[in-house]
Design a protein around this ligand. Structure first.
Ligand SMILES: Nc1ncnc2c1ncn2[C@@H]1O[C@H](COP(=O)(O)OP(=O)(O)OP(=O)(O)O)[C@@H](O)[C@H]1O
Length: 301
């Protein structure tokens, strides 16, 4: 394991914000650390980087205990928390050159990083003129200059447009292919599902789920959302025809998604039996719905 914590806890005053976390981050993984705003992700990350002193429990990184080996460990971690520390009046290249000088890394490495994060063409533009996505990529390039084995990113796609998100995702996949491990936090389930190999889900400071992306997909199966004029009649009709109805609301009812064909069959069945269908579509579960499912399955930690 690249990161292993046991019983990790932290309190601000008398508010306990991280509760007995046992994280297991395997080497070569993209580990998605998922949770809603305020769940305790940043606090946990700060403890992993020794920026906050661990309240209770232990942290091992690269198999070594963090406190007593912090210099050796932190040398091999690149990180990006909140805003990247970028000088806006300098160009992208100058930002990297400055850091390279501090770290005594060669200029060739600067060009290599610019290429990796696809900023070569914008290298001589002032960073202040970069889009948010370009700034994040420059931040990641800075974090990667000393060739760390582990990259820790706190919500790196926050505020990015869909293109920016795709660029970051592709970059992380490229990095893992070179043997690095990536630990990335997010509050967006759909985003994490697209890139992570492993997932830990935290809510109110507590780890609710940890496993591979396959394990997560088993419990985060998408739903078919059906909007009708009479959800109760529609639910009865579907159940009589061997469909599973998981939830019946005022305007919508939900059936686990299996295939596109099944959406067509449901639509025909309802319409042929006089139920008006206003809308029918495949829907990914949001975090809230997933939490409900997690607490009723055996994957609960
Ligand atoms: N310096 C602080 N002093 C007091 N309470 C804090 C401090 N920093 C964070 N908290 C509280 O700790 C809890 C966890 O915050 P944290 O930032 O770790 O969550 P998060 O999952 O990273 O959420 P977000 O995505 O909103 O940053 C929140 O209730 C927050 O208000």
């Amino acid at each position: 394991m690249v990161i292993q914590t046991e019983g990790l806890s932290f309190s601000f005053g008398n508010q306990q914000v991280v509760k007995s976390l046992s994280l297991q981050v395997p080497a070569g993984s993209i580990y998605g650390f998922l949770g809603p705003n305020g769940a305790g992700k940043t606090t946990t990350i700060k403890m992993l980087l020794n920026l906050l002193k661990t309240g209770q429990g232990s942290i091992r990184v690269f198999g070594l205990e963090l406190q007593s080996n912090r210099i050796e460990i932190l040398k091999q971690i690149g990180s990006l928390i909140e805003q990247p520390a970028i000088y806006l009046h300098l160009t992208g290249r100058e930002n990297l050159m400055n850091r390279a000088m501090l770290l005594q890394v060669s200029d060739a490495k600067v060009d290599e990083m610019l290429k990796l994060v696809q900023l070569t063409n914008a290298a001589d533009k002032k960073a202040g003129q970069y889009s948010l996505g370009m700034k994040q990529r420059l931040g990641i390039a800075l974090a990667l200059l000393n060739d760390p084995k582990l990259l820790i990113l706190d919500e790196p796609t926050n505020g990015l447009d869909p293109n920016g998100i795709i660029e970051i995702r592709e970059l992380l996949v490229r990095l893992v292919a070179t043997g690095k491990t990536v630990f990335i936090s997010s509050h967006l389930l759909a985003e994490i599902e697209k890139m992570a190999t492993h997932v830990g889900i935290i809510n109110n400071g507590q780890l609710m789920f940890q496993g591979t992306i396959g394990d997560l997909q088993n419990i985060s199966q998408p739903l078919i959302s059906i909007e009708t004029d009479n959800t109760v009649d529609a639910a009865n009709l579907l159940t009589r025809n061997n469909f599973i109805v998981t939830e019946v609301g005022q305007d919508h009812l939900y059936v686990p998604f299996i295939s596109k064909q099944q959406i067509g069959e449901i639509n025909s069945l309802l319409v042929q039996n006089g139920v008006t269908v206003y809308g029918i579509n495949k829907q990914h579960k949001d975090l809230e719905r997933l939490f409900l499912d997690i607490t009723t399955t055996s994957n609960l930690i």
